[in-house]
Every structure is written in structure tokens, then in C-alpha cells.
Design a protein around this ligand. Sequence first.
Ligand code: MG
Length: 370
Amino acid sequence: MSRVVAVLLCAGGSVRMGFDKLLTPIAGKTAIERSLDALLLGGAQEIVFTVSPTTRAFVEALHCPVPSRIVSGGETRAESVYRALCAIDSADIVAIHDAARCMVSPETVRQSIESARQFGSGVVAGRVTDTIMQIRGEDILPLDRSKLIRMQTPQTFRFDRIKAAYEAGDRSKVTDDCALYLAAGYQPEFVLTDGEAANQKLTTAEDWQQALATYARFGTGFDTHRLVEGRKLILGGIEIPFAKGLLGHSDADVLTHAIIDALLGAAGLGDIGRLFPDSDAAYAGADSLELLREVVRRIEDSGLRVAYVDATVICERPKIKPHAAQMQRRLADAMHVLPEFVSVKATTTEGMNDEGKGLCISASAIASLI
Ligand code: MG
């Protein structure tokens, strides 16, 4: 069994992004945490973090479930890697990874490590789908893209070889580990990934948008309440004049409940019954919009926010359409989005089912979070 140490490079500056790309959460987790998760799930048994003065405190406070150490990064990426390699007591395999490539999958990490075990190296690289031309003064030279690859990370090597390559090579001239490995006379083995986006390094604002889209989450919700006499009808946070109202422990706002369940589902936070149990007197007659605000607060605490909600009310009567715009405004306000990001629709069941017979009102919803 070979010992696998991962070097996680968290020392890079964030000059091109305008904010700290390594420390700003994407869907609740920073790039450093996401990269660490992938390395651990992919088989790393020990971690050496390289940090900058900006990232040090965050990395020190991280919970790392395997042995780890922290070293100060150098002036360049290569110097940071070299310092990390010098800090390793013993290892058979070392996987070097840029924390900014936080969308890497554990499977890619695993393949990279496996390749290093078998062949001495496993350098992750992406296939090229764009046509690339080389400009040499007046001459423009089309390059054969089938022979081009984009260097990514992790780049995984036998520890003794990469350490020797870093000691012998010119560290001032390289931007990745593979170049030094080559210069030391070794033939690298590549692990090719298809998606360029999947293992994209967070460099530009576009990369950041791509990462947000990668971690977008969706949830669905459904709810039904009985229609009875002697209750107010509350739907989507507003009172609708009607002969009957919905029966329930809270105000029985079936539309808001369906939306709450959709949001909780997307956030992985359970369901409305778990958060606000019927058995809890605190929620008797509760304003469901307040429950929605509480759910949104929890979602935002976890680093996510509401992107879009679409809901359908299923009932024979009353007519929903005249009230839909007002519901959208109230719901949107509670979810901290503009009304255009909330859609409230309605359908009848043509007199069929309990909704059609006027026995109940149901609602379904889908929500996305970013
Ligand atoms: Mg309900």
C-alpha cells in the first residue's frame, strides 16, 4: 500500500477576480474546501497546504480529517510546490493540486493517483475542442488540436522523482509540475478529461459564473390542505375573499408550504414537517410567510440563495389569476428575490379529484438555489 500525500496550493493571489476566489463560498463551500473534499475522496491520506498571509487563518481553522501541515507559499507557484515537497517526511505518491480547480471530481483525483502508482505519473489534462492558431510575426500557423492538451491538476507523481525534478530543474521558468518532470527526463503519463469546464480553474468572472451554475440545486415540493368553512383562505401570503378556508395547524397556506418544501429540498435541509412540527404549539396559527422567511434565513446562512421559484396552485375555485401578481410580490419579498423570479400559476382538475370537488386545495413547486 503506497502512501499518498496531496499538496493543496492555497497561496495564489486573486488579482484577476477582484475578490478572494479561494475564500468566497460557492454554494456554501469555498474553493479550498471543495478541492480538499475531492482530494480526500479521491484517496489522499495526508495534506500539505501552502498558504498566503490571506488564506492562512482560514486554512488553520479548517477541519481536516487526515494528518495535515501548513507551509507558507513562495513567490511563485513553483516555489510554493517546492516548499511543500520539502515539508513532506515520507511519501510514495504526491498529488499536486491548485485549490482554484475546485470543480475537479474525486474520480479524476483517483485516476491521477492510480496512474502514478502504475506508471510513475498521472497528470490531469483536458482535451482541446477549440481550434488554436499560433501567431509568429506575420505567419499564422493552425495547430492540430487532436495533438494539443490543456494542462490541469492534480498532477500526481512518484514522490522521489518529482522532488528530484524540483531540486534539479529551473523553477523560475515553469508554470506547472509536468514541465519540470519532463525536464528531468521523465515521460509523463496523462489522465485526459473530456470537459474543459468541469475542471476549470477559477480565474475570470466567467469561470465564477460557471462554478455557480455547476453547483445550482433544485428541489420540489407538494402540499394539500382541506377546504373547510369558518377559516380564512390564505394563499401565497395573502388573504383571498372566499366562503371557505384551508384547515391546518398553521394558517394552512398550501402554496407557501409547497414552496418551503421545494426550497428545503434544494438546500438538503429536510422538510417543513421536520422544521416546524404540527405538534409544536409555537406554530399554531403561524403565518406561513414567517416560516418561509425563517427557511430563507437558514438557506442564506448555509451560503446559498434563492434563484427562481415556480409554483402551481391546483383548485377549482376561487380564481387564482387575479391574485397571482400580488402573491408573487409577497413571496418574492420573503425570499429576497425580485418578483420576476417567482412564478405563480394555477390549474383546475376539470371537476375531478378532491381538488375538483372543492374538498381541498393543493400546490406544487420547484425551486432553484445558487
Ligand atoms: Mg401544509
